[in-house]
Design a protein around this ligand. Structure first.
Ligand SMILES: [Zn+2]
Length: 795
């Protein structure tokens, strides 16, 4: 039967009529064939491992079932934890669509068709699509984040519009990849409902979690329906009027915002949406605002790894220069959002500094979010670990894995861009690209061993000889500026400079906005050879970054390095001293971590002795790329190493507690932290690891030391963890008791004082001495909160 031509299909026919929006245009990933040794294998693992796993998880966890239930294809209640779980399926469809476009796969395409059928079934007749309500709209039945009426619940929670945004992104990608309008029709019907429901004189509400703005701009790009763009602008301008709070960037009208605050993923999506709307509607005020915010992030809030969002509590930005390493949040989604935002700023302004940030994020704090095997994920990406961090196969809140799913296959689209008669070469990886520049077909062939080697050969093959410009990005790291601000600097100036040659002769070029611009009459087969100096850089942070004081990081090319336990056996990473004068050499190891460059040298191992004095001896050290850490099990890792003795914090000399075997009740997280000999600055110290029982409350929990041998003990000290001041779920316990092993029994000690529950200090309990093989700390959690322990000392 002939399909009725939908509105969408009809307007797609006129697509060609819509002009490109940004001053600079990206060269789509479909025009680029990637065949390098660094990224192409990652994209292959993504296709073969990550996408199938993500799909499996969506079926296995009930995410797909939610659509079946909403579509009356299955019985039952909303069956997953979060109201935004629908978006994981949208994001996987988006990533799988990109993947299909470069690697057709009938089976995967059929799989997407099935999912899209379910999504269509779950859509209500007027276009509304949100399984958390549709499955059972009875108010008594709704998830606590869902309001009785559509849209009007505290929007931070409901995520209704967030779901819409990801639907539009997926729909645009699926349409572009397959030419099918099945998902696009669903998206358009939904977006038309938004246009009907929201706007001046209608619902005037701001979205809680941004992305619908970017999604609407994309949907406009595909359909040409300007009302979508106007609605995106309306949503942005609705912010800062009511519900004012920084968490969701709702504290001020967007054009008055000057600094990055609040939840980092929301922020990154909002700034990206503002760039889209600004480019499409020519809104200068938006551009001024995001330029200023960018200066704030790059100047005071960017980790060396390109990660953003230092604080775990609100998953977002902290104060300027607050960049703790061990508790660094750096959500993988925030890294992806940072790439989106910097890419758009480049398309607006054409300056290489945006790509300096993008590349730094991409090669370090973004791909650290997925294991080399493609099947384990990080949500936060810290810069230091004592072994408390490890990757997970999936998360209850699965935003990060599904975001990785949609981002990775789109990567080839970030390599080139074009404007008028200029081609920008922004990233370096072996590939072949076909583009059309002012009606001239040009093929570019890039060959390089980047990021390990600094030579890039670009063969230019225009269909016919002719004049145009090739603008090659000279990365900040290659010209002594790790980031476009004074947040980080190299300890010494490079005495080798980047060189450019054409067909073996010194190239004639001018530097513009960070690009070496070569303008000439190109002959087919002309070869541009760029040589970046692959110096090993020692990096220092701005003095205002307290957490990096006296410390140094290592970089080579775009790669940030770290020291991890398996490469530095027999030494505690935190005991290391690496003077600024340390000689290091780069050694490529094919057999390590899928092939990585390592940095090798000799540092100093600083050890604490029983008498409290320090002993120091030389030790071989080896650094690996940061992105590759946590692929060999749990253990110590650090990006920043002390170069100043004062800042080495060596492991304390072993104690009864640290030498005991520790066990704990089932609900304990990071129990080992209680005998790591790390003393917190206060009960809310997130820089030290701590044991906690959250989300358990009103239960009796325990920690237990089994001594190496029967030991005489007479006092204990407990330092409670308490983050209630920050709105966290842990406070001091209701009460506690100490027991010792007495034959087969646990007997309470004869306490000589109170069982203290004071914050911000050790609670000392002396008791009548006993000789025993173990102690048990029993903790009664408060009725409506949980508790935690920073440190438990025994004497
Ligand atoms: Zn995430």
């Amino acid at each position: 039967m002939k399909r009725i031509l939908t509105f969408t299909a009809a307007c797609l026919m006129t697509l060609a009529a819509f002009a490109q929006s940004y001053p600079i245009q990206g060269v789509p990933f479909t025009s680029v064939q990637l065949n390098d040794d660094f990224w192409a294998p990652r994209l292959k693992i993504h296709r073969e491992v990550t996408i199938p796993i993500a799909l499996y998880q969506c079926y296995n966890t009930g995410r797909v079932d939610n659509f079946l239930k909403a579509g009356r294809l299955k019985e039952g209640d909303f069956g997953t934890e979060y109201t935004f779980d629908d978006t994981d399926i949208y994001k996987i469809i988006e990533g799988a669509s990109y993947s299909l476009q470069t690697h057709p796969d009938k089976e995967l395409e059929a799989h997407l068709d099935a999912l899209i059928y379910y999504i269509g079934r779950a859509q209500e007749p007027d276009g509304y699509l949100y399984t958390a309500r549709t499955i059972n709209p009875d108010p008594a039945h709704l998830h606590q984040w869902v309001g009785k009426e559509r849209w009007v619940k505290d929007p931070d929670l409901s995520h209704e519009l967030y779901n819409c945004g990801h639907l539009y992104e997926a729909a645009a990608a699926h349409y572009r990849a397959t030419g099918k309008t099945s998902l696009l029709d669903i998206a358009v019907k939904n977006a038309d409902l938004l246009v009907h429901d929201f706007g001046p004189g209608k619902l005037e509400l701001e979205p809680g979690h941004q992305i619908v703005e970017m999604g609407l701009a994309k949907l406009y790009g595909v359909t040409g329906k300007k009302e979508y763009l106007d609605l995106a602008k309306f949503f942005l301008d609705a912010r800062g009027k009511k519900n004012r709070k920084e968490y969701s960037q709702n504290h001020l009208p967007v054009v008055e915002q000057e600094t990055a605050v609040g939840h980092a993923v929301r922020a990154g999506y909002m700034y990206s949406g503002m760039a889209d709307v600004a480019a499409l509607l020519g809104d200068e005020a938006y551009i001024r605002a995001i330029d200023k915010i960018w200066g704030d992030v790059v100047g005071t809030k960017l980790y060396l790894t390109g990660g953003v969002g230092a604080v775990g509590g609100h998953e977002g930005y902290g104060d300027p220069y607050y960049l703790p390493n061990m508790s660094a949040y750096n959500e993988t989604c925030a890294a992806i959002a940072n790439v989106y935002w910097n890419y758009r700023l480049f398309l607006l302004h054409g300056e290489s500094k945006y790509y300096d940030v993008l590349e730094r994020t991409l090669y370090n704090g973004l791909i650290s979010g997925i294991s080399l095997s493609g099947d384990r994920f990080f949500y936060p990406n810290p810069l230091e670990s004592k072994g408390q961090h490890s990757r997970s196969a999936w998360f209850g809140c699965a935003c990060c894995p599904s975001n990785i799913c949609r981002f990775i296959p789109s990567l080839p689209g970030y390599i080139y861009a074009q404007k008028d008669r200029r081609i920008y070469v922004n990233l370096f990886m072996t590939n072949t690209a076909d583009l059309v520049l002012e009606d001239r077909k040009i093929t570019l062939e890039q060959q390089t061993g980047y990021p390990w080697e600094g030579t890039v050969r670009i063969t230019v093959r225009p269909e016919q000889a002719g004049t145009f410009e090739l603008a090659v990005r000279i990365p900040g790291w290659a010209s002594g500026t790790p980031v476009p601000s004074d947040l980080y600097r190299y300890t010494s100036k490079d005495n080798v400079r980047t060189t450019l040659q054409i067909n073996g002769n010194k190239a004639d070029y001018t530097m513009q906005d960070g690009y070496a611009v070569i303008s000439r009459a190109w002959q087919p087969g002309d070869v541009v050879t760029v040589d970046f100096p692959m110096t090993i850089h020692k990096v220092l942070a701005n003095e205002k970054v307290k957490d990096d004081a006296g410390r140094m990081a290592l970089e080579r090319g775009p790669i940030v390095f770290c020291l991890e336990w398996p490469d530095n056996e027999g030494v505690n990473i935190r005991n290391l001293l690496m003077p600024q004068s340390t000689a290091l050499k780069a050694v490529y190891q094919q057999d390590l971590l899928n092939g990585v460059m390592t940095l090798e040298g000799t540092g100093r191992n600083v050890m604490q002795l029983a008498n409290g004095r320090l002993k120091e001896e030389p030790v071989a050290i080896k650094a690996i790329p940061y992105y590759a850490w946590a692929n060999r099990g749990r253990g110590e890792m650090a990006v920043w190493t002390a170069y100043d003795r004062k800042y080495v914090k060596p492991m304390a000399y072993p104690t009864i507690a640290s030498q005991s075997r520790l066990s704990a009740s089932r609900d304990a997280t990071d129990a080992a932290a209680v005998h790591d000999l790390e003393m917190p600055a206060n009960s809310n110290d997130h820089n030290m690891s701590y044991c906690h029982f959250w989300p358990a409350n009103n239960t009796t929990e325990w920690l237990q030391y089994d001594f190496k041998e029967p030991t005489k003990v007479s006092s204990t000290e407990v330092y409670w963890f308490d983050d209630s001041i920050q709105g966290g779920g842990c406070t001091v316990p209701a009460s506690w008791k100490l027991y010792y092993r007495d034959g087969d029994e646990w007997t309470e000690v004869k306490a000589k004082g109170e069982y203290g529950i004071a914050k911000d200090r050790f609670n000392v309990l002396a008791f009548e001495p006993v000789t025993t093989s173990g102690l048990r700390l029993e903790i009664q959690l408060p009725r409506r909160a949980s508790s935690g322990v920073h440190e438990w000392v025994v004497r």
